[in-house]
Write a protein that binds this ligand. Structure first.
Ligand SMILES: Nc1ncnc2c1ncn2[C@@H]1O[C@H](COP(=O)(O)OP(=O)(O)OP(=O)(O)O)[C@@H](O)[C@H]1O
Ligand SMILES: [Mg+2]
Length: 370
């Protein structure tokens, strides 16, 4: 789904850098290529300082810290691209699937404000609107245009635009996290295989979920449980500070099978057991929300559809045994997704590939597409 929130009508030069500004780190990716053939030019993660992540600084300070981090990194990495693609998600972004009586793309762009208003729970004047036409369907003898509507509150879009502009970049494409994940999935999938996949991108504050059926995201949801929810649970339980809790989380992760737990007992590894006991209820809550998205998908698309695979991405997918936990609890094959699987990365070293899923998807966009 080549999606752009109506703001800049694809301004900017041809060279484009993808910038995924998260709450834990900023990911930058530059690719060369098209279609299914891509080469990596750049992949870089910029960690955000702990005091910013744990929200100990005010929004104005945070903004200037992000801008200077980005500026430094662009200089260091000798990035010459002047245009950027970014994406938004969270509670200020709404995605709706609507079937309008048959309408052309041109006509819909002219009347989008009016047509979208009934479906958008925000004041229509306070949002940036975008749409994507999936295709035509016939329902009860009537031709309809199946459309994805997106409304993003202007202030959150503007916040990201400001960061780019003050860094010296032109915001060319403003996508939605879930659709960037879809783009990343598309360039990495095996040709000729039609599968129903759910991508779960576990960030620090947000987990983006998208269910893809035949190449199109059919259910898009953001869940407000992520890596930092796990960290906070550890902080509370062990009276630990943020850094200690992060370390514990990364060191131990989850113990899933009875065997794993027995081994930890045998080795007298109390820490691993205790940490897992605190992390598991959070993973359980996250799973509950994912279950709801899957149920919603089945209710919309019919029970005959079968989800074959869960792909885990985002920094949170680095948690030990998380894929085992998902496979066991969801009873669907779950695996860690490598966003660079089909990309020629030559000798570039990438530390935590799954962090880059959104940025890779954003990097497949270009300023010349319609
Ligand atoms: N090995 C690991 N084990 C457990 N958690 C990890 C590991 N590596 C990273 N994380 C967690 O992943 C999270 C960061 O993920 P990511 O970089 O995708 O977030 P983000 O995009 O910056 O945040 P968001 O999109 O939610 O604003 C952090 O909570 C971090 O602690
Ligand atoms: Mg993120």
């Amino acid at each position: 789904m080549k999606f752009n929130i109506d703001f800049s009508s694809l301004l900017g030069s041809k060279d484009l850098i993808a910038i995924d500004i998260g709450s834990f780190s900023i990911k930058m990716v530059q690719l060369k290529g098209s279609g299914l053939k891509w080469t990596l030019v750049k992949a870089k993660t910029i960690p955000i300082p702990a005091e910013v992540v744990s929200q100990d600084v005010n929004p104005i300070e945070k903004k200037s810290i992000l801008i200077s981090l980005l500026k430094d990194s662009i200089k260091q990495e000798k990035i010459t691209a002047k245009s950027a693609s970014i994406s938004v998600s969270g509670s200020s972004v709404v995605v709706r699937y609507v079937k309008f009586p048959k309408i052309s793309k041109e006509d819909l762009s002219k009347s989008i404000q009016f047509e979208a208003e009934p479906y958008i729970p925000f004041d229509i004047k306070e949002v940036n609107l975008g749409f994507y036409i999936i295709g035509e369907v016939t329902e009860e003898g009537q031709k309809k245009t199946e459309t994805v509507l997106v409304a993003a509150k202007k202030d959150i879009v503007q916040q990201k635009i400001d960061i780019l502009q003050e860094t010296g970049l032109v915001p060319a494409i403003i996508d939605v996290d879930a659709f960037a994940l879809e783009s990343c999935y598309e360039i990495n999938k095996e040709p000729d295989i039609q599968e129903m996949t759910i991508i779960v991108n576990i960030g620090a504050n947000v987990t983006n979920v998208t269910i893809i059926e035949n190449g199109i995201s059919r259910v898009v949801r953001d869940i407000f449980i992520g890596g930092s929810t796990f960290t906070k649970a550890l902080q509370k339980n062990f009276q630990a500070d943020y850094k200690q809790a992060e370390e514990m989380k990364k060191k131990h992760g989850l113990l899933v099978s009875i065997e794993d737990k027995e081994n930890a007992l045998k080795d007298d590894n109390k820490d691993a057991l205790q940490v897992s006991n605190v992390l598991t209820p959070v993973a359980h809550d996250l799973l509950g929300e994912i279950h709801r998205s899957i149920d919603f998908f089945y209710s919309q698309r019919g029970e005959q559809q079968v989800l074959n695979r869960v792909l885990l991405t985002g920094g949170g997918a680095g948690m030990k045994n998380i894929e085992k936990y998902f496979t066991q609890e969801l009873k669907i094959q779950s695996e860690i997704f490598d966003p660079f699987k089909k990309i020629d990365i030559h000798s570039i070293k990438i530390d935590n590939p799954s962090e880059y899923a959104i940025a890779v998807g954003l990097a497949t966009r270009n300023t010349k597409e319609k």
